[in-house]
Design a binder for this molecule. Structure first.
Ligand SMILES: Cc1cc2nc3c(=O)[nH]c(=O)nc-3n(C[C@H](O)[C@H](O)[C@H](O)COP(=O)(O)O)c2cc1C
Length: 355
């Protein structure tokens, strides 16, 4: 029995936040199934000094408290990112705060960093990582509490505490649901913040910043230079979108929060391409936003991503998504004549190559 085969149709009928909690508990109880051992042939990636069996990662927010990292890794993700975790536990925003837009393949959320806090996260990680290796890189995504935060101090503490326990770390500056958070992407504040983090943790795993897709493109050159100058390793492009694309359908389309899924794809890919051009090979780039097919993954690779992540399509389709995406990605690579993920990176889209 897997979550996919039996529970998913039922879960779709429940309140989305309850459905999510049940799915995570079912995964934790081992009901998620396991991917075959050889299915990642030809999809491996070397990035951030790590080996990824495939480039498809689980984005932050699905497993905020690191409850099911090992079962999620077993589903066939190439890497798993837990969090966002904050120093202190917090309840997040009042419910309802998570809305499905099924006709758009989208979700709107204003969860507000609901999580159990750093200490519980560390406890769970210690238990998860005891014993056999995880088999895939593990990332921890960190953020600040809504009340009483001192961003340079808090991010520095979070990075220091998690550095020994994660294969990479993500500074989340892009959730729309923590007031003031996204202002930390302004170059001067970003510089102070990153300097504080780097000074506090001279020895650390690769460090990435996760950006908002609402950023004006004119702000990207300074952001990219600041991240490079601070000695960081990469960027995740992107988090959820505050803006609403025209014509968004669904009875929840006007809810406040971050939009994810299909309507985010184009904007996040365009921003990724711009960040790729600006960083000119100096940063590792993770493309995230609206991935639903192998062709969408190829599109992110061609825009400059070394790796990709997803959340919304996994929430809709469940574990079967991974087998399908890998099959489609392999087909897309073969059709383009590329022998590896790396070979397809930054290559012109297929149609353009033939024209
Ligand atoms: C319900 C929900 C909660 C999320 N929580 C977080 C979070 O805590 N931290 C974070 O960095 N991103 C969070 N995200 C954003 C995702 O990691 C991802 O960047 C975004 O959803 C775009 O990818 P997608 O279109 O594949 O969903 C969340 C997304 C959703 C839908």
């Amino acid at each position: 029995m897997t979550v996919q085969s039996l529970a998913l149709p039922l879960l779709r009928r429940l309140d989305p936040e309850r459905a999510h909690r049940i799915a995570l508990a079912a995964l934790g109880a081992g009901l998620g199934g396991r991917a075959g051992p050889h299915e990642d042939d030809g999809l491996s990636v070397e990035a951030l000094g790590l080996r990824f069996p495939n480039p498809i990662g689980l984005a932050a927010g699905f497993d905020k408290d690191a409850r099911a990292v090992r079962p999620l890794a077993r589903l066939g993700f190439g890497f798993v990112e837990a969090g966002t975790v904050t120093l202190l536990p917090q309840a997040g925003n009042p419910r309802p705060r998570l809305f499905r837009l099924p006709e758009e393949g989208a979700v709107i959320n204003r969860m507000g960093f609901n999580n159990n806090g750093l200490d519980r996260f560390l406890d769970r990680l210690a238990r998860t990582r005891a014993g056999a290796p995880l088999g895939v890189p593990f990332g921890a995504n960190v953020g600040i509490n809504k009340e009483g935060a001192d961003p340079p101090r808090d991010y520095a503490r979070l990075v220091q505490a998690l550095a020994p326990h994660a294969d990479y770390l993500v500074i989340n500056l892009s959730s729309p649901n923590t007031p003031g958070l996204r202002d930390l992407q302004q170059a001067a504040r970003l510089r102070d913040l990153l300097d504080a983090i780097v000074q506090a943790s001279p020895v650390r795993p690769p460090l990435l910043v996760k950006l908002a897709p609402d950023l004006a493109f004119e702000s990207l050159p300074e952001i990219v230079e600041t991240v490079v100058q601070a000695g960081l390793d990469g960027l995740i492009v992107s988090n959820t979108l505050v803006a609403r694309p025209p014509g968004l359908r669904g009875r929840h389309a006007a809810e406040t929060g971050g939009l994810s899924g299909r309507p985010l794809r184009r904007r996040s890919t365009e921003m990724l391409a711009e960040v790729s051009r600006l960083s000119a090979g100096r940063l590792t780039l993770v493309g995230c936003g609206g991935i639903e097919t192998g062709a969408d993954i190829l599109e992110k690779l061609q825009a400059g991503a070394h790796l990709v992540q997803l959340y919304t399509s996994f929430a809709y389709e469940g574990p079967a998504l991974l087998g399908r995406l890998k099959r489609e990605l392999r087909d897309a690579l073969r059709d383009g004549g590329w022998s590896s993920i790396e070979a397809a990176r930054l290559q012109a889209p297929h149609a353009a190559r033939n024209s």
